[in-house]
Design a protein around this ligand. Structure first.
Ligand SMILES: Nc1ncnc2c1ncn2[C@@H]1O[C@H](COP(=O)(O)OP(=O)(O)OP(=O)(O)O)[C@@H](O)[C@H]1O
Ligand SMILES: [Mg+2]
Length: 372
């Protein structure tokens, strides 16, 4: 709830008007860079491409046929009034919400789309154990004692369990196997994280009873090499990795302005610091693309300005590409290369911050009255 403070239409309206009036025609350096300065400039690689993404909830079309590109290295913002469909669209990109239609490509790979030959997947799970079962039956007819057959039955069962485990973990080997068989299923959130997507949430979702450092360690999980067996036996490899990870967690906490707070339990951190901790946890998964859903919601102007500077620094220092949902227009206009505006699930404008803030449809969407 508290994360939604400052997230009302009234605030949004005030913010957009303030942005339009207060910032005048100022264009940020970032926006300049994104402007079509010359055709000679090399086009940046598209890191994420959404194609005609639609998401319906019953009769409500929360997101309607959105085309959206995120160029590598850019800070791209998604704005729009409450209920415009921003978070829903975000969740589709992150693999949390399945789209009703459309497709998402990330780092050049189809990640989210309609399933292809999904019915074939259970065959992959069952086939190895069926083969072992058939061998067992064959052996049973040759060797009458039945001992080999029962051994084979146990092996078949273990093979089935292993296949199901592989399917739920979706290891790279398993994914390659699916590819080879022409099977496609949309990526899940963990697949997207492994592919390089990090995110924060509109409402803070930290592990409240864990320390700041432990929260960041959870974020690192996908990049760790130690196996559960290493952890169980506390092998030197696991201990060395854990020590390295704790140092790295400390560095990340310092990077987001939480130096020395490693051992503070998350719920004891002030609100603004909890938002920073979410950011540190997201970066810990070493993403190439960071999705931030209203990172400054509920912050005071000072905290907001600090966090805006931090986001710009993250792009510069870590080479991150950032997609930002924001209500505060000073944040959006200050750091975005490009802004996309949603209203009632539809894209109503897209362009540089300057272009967007002058767009009559945008002003109308926020103020609820036709622009003169
Ligand atoms: N799980 C759901 N089930 C049904 N309707 C939903 C669901 N999630 C979102 N909606 C609806 O979809 C629409 C878009 O919601 P969404 O949260 O994406 O908007 P938003 O632009 O993020 O708004 P805000 O600025 O308030 O965060 C809203 O009308 C919302 O009520
Ligand atoms: Mg939202």
């Amino acid at each position: 709830m508290s994360a939604d403070r400052g997230n009302t239409n009234a605030t949004g309206e005030a913010a957009v008007t303030g942005g339009v009036a207060a910032e005048g025609g100022a264009t940020t350096a970032a926006a300049d860079a994104a402007a079509p300065a010359g055709k000679a400039a090399a086009e940046p690689r598209i890191l994420l491409r959404a194609t005609r993404v639609t998401r319906q909830f019953g009769g409500l079309v929360a997101v309607r046929e959105i085309d959206f590109d995120i160029p590598e290295g850019a800070i791209v913002s998604l704005i729009g009034p409450n209920g415009a469909g921003k978070t829903t669209f975000f969740n589709v990109l992150a693999g949390v919400t399945e789209p009703t239609a459309g497709r998402v490509d990330f780092v050049g790979r189809r990640m989210i789309a309609r399933p292809v030959r999904a019915w074939l997947e259970p065959v992959i799970w069952l086939l190895p154990s069926v083969i072992v079962g058939l061998i067992a039956a064959g052996l049973d007819t040759v060797e009458r004692s039945g001992r080999l057959a029962s051994l084979a039955a146990i092996v078949a069962l273990l093979v089935l369990i292993a296949m199901l485990l592989m399917a739920s973990i979706r290891s790279d080997t398993y994914r390659r196997l699916l590819d080879r068989m022409g099977i496609f299923r949309s990526a899940r959130p963990n697949d997207m994280v492994r592919a390089g997507l990090g995110r924060t949430f509109q409402n803070i979702r930290l592990f409240q009873n864990m320390t700041a450092s432990e929260n960041v360690l959870v974020g690192m999980h996908t990049r760790l090499r130690s196996t559960p067996l290493d952890a169980l036996l506390s092998t030197p490899r696991q201990r060395a990795e854990e020590a390295r990870s704790r140092v790295r967690a400390s560095e990340l906490l310092a990077l987001v302005g939480l130096e020395g707070r490693d051992d503070t339990v998350a719920r004891n951190l002030p609100y603004g610091d909890q938002r920073r901790l979410e950011l540190a946890r997201a970066i810990a998964s070493e993403p190439s693309l960071l999705l931030l859903d209203e990172p400054t919601a509920g912050m005071n102007p000072r905290e907001t300005a600090d966090l805006t500077a931090l986001i710009a620094r993250l792009r510069r220092d870590l080479g991150l590409t950032i997609l930002l949902i924001e209500h505060d227009m000073r944040v959006v206009m200050g750091i975005s290369d490009r802004v996309t505006v949603l209203d009632h699930g539809e894209r109503i404008a897209e362009g540089t911050p300057d272009e967007v803030r002058r767009d009559p449809r945008v002003i109308e969407a926020y103020l609820g009255a036709p622009a003169e």
